[in-house]
Every structure is written in C-alpha cells, then in structure tokens.
Design a protein. Structure first.
Length: 116
C-alpha cells in the first residue's frame, strides 16, 4: 500500500479556460517581480505556474503581457489566489486565481483573446 498523495483538484470552473500558444508572463504590477507563467486563462480567472508559493486568499495586482497573433496588450488585473499547490515537490507552484478587478477596456481585450 502506497502513502503517495496525488493532487486531484475538484473542478469548480464555470467558464471555459484556454491555453495560449505563447503563454504570457505575469508580473507583480507594483514591484515588477515575475510571478510566473499563465498556464490557462478564462474571462474571470487563470492558473499560473511560478517559483513561489502564493497563499490562498491573498490579493495581487498583476500585469500580464499578451503577445498573440492579433493581440499585443498589457492587461492589468486584480486577482485573489484561490489555491496553491507544489505538485510532486517539483519546485513549481501552481496557483488558481479569480479575477476580482479589471477595467472595462481590459475585460474586452480578455474576452476577445478567449473567444479566438
């Protein structure tokens, strides 16, 4: 019998998430520190893979540099960390975020990006 614990998050997403061909990097909007790479994205949330554990319930202002075929934009979003997991002790922390603050202009850009 194995004592190995496997990570199986409960699916709670209500919106479709996409993975972008060129995953954008997310930066802390205040310090400029790299937070990680966006793994997938929806109109109201995202999953980020990064080197630092981010405590659930913390608020962050992220700057996301999007460079896709038709969209070259810098999105500013306020997010809340919902969960964080260092899967298999890899040193990469996966964090789920809910978008809690975004301008109308940036929301429209995000909607366009998700719909493509």
């Amino acid at each position: 019998m194995s004592n190995k614990v496997e990570f199986h998050p409960v699916e709670q997403r209500r919106k479709t998430r996409i993975s972008l061909p060129e995953p954008p990097i997310a930066y802390d909007a205040h310090s400029g520190e790299t937070m990680g790479q966006i793994v997938n994205l929806s109109v109201d949330g995202m999953m980020l893979a990064g080197p630092v554990s981010i405590a659930p319930g913390t608020l962050h202002q992220l700057c996301i540099q999007v460079e896709q075929e038709d969209i070259h934009a810098q999105l500013l979003v306020g997010v809340e960390s919902l969960w964080c997991q260092d899967v298999n002790n890899s040193g990469t922390c996966w964090t789920g975020f809910q978008i809690i603050d975004i301008s109308t202009e940036h929301q429209e850009m995000l909607n366009t990006l998700i719909d493509e």
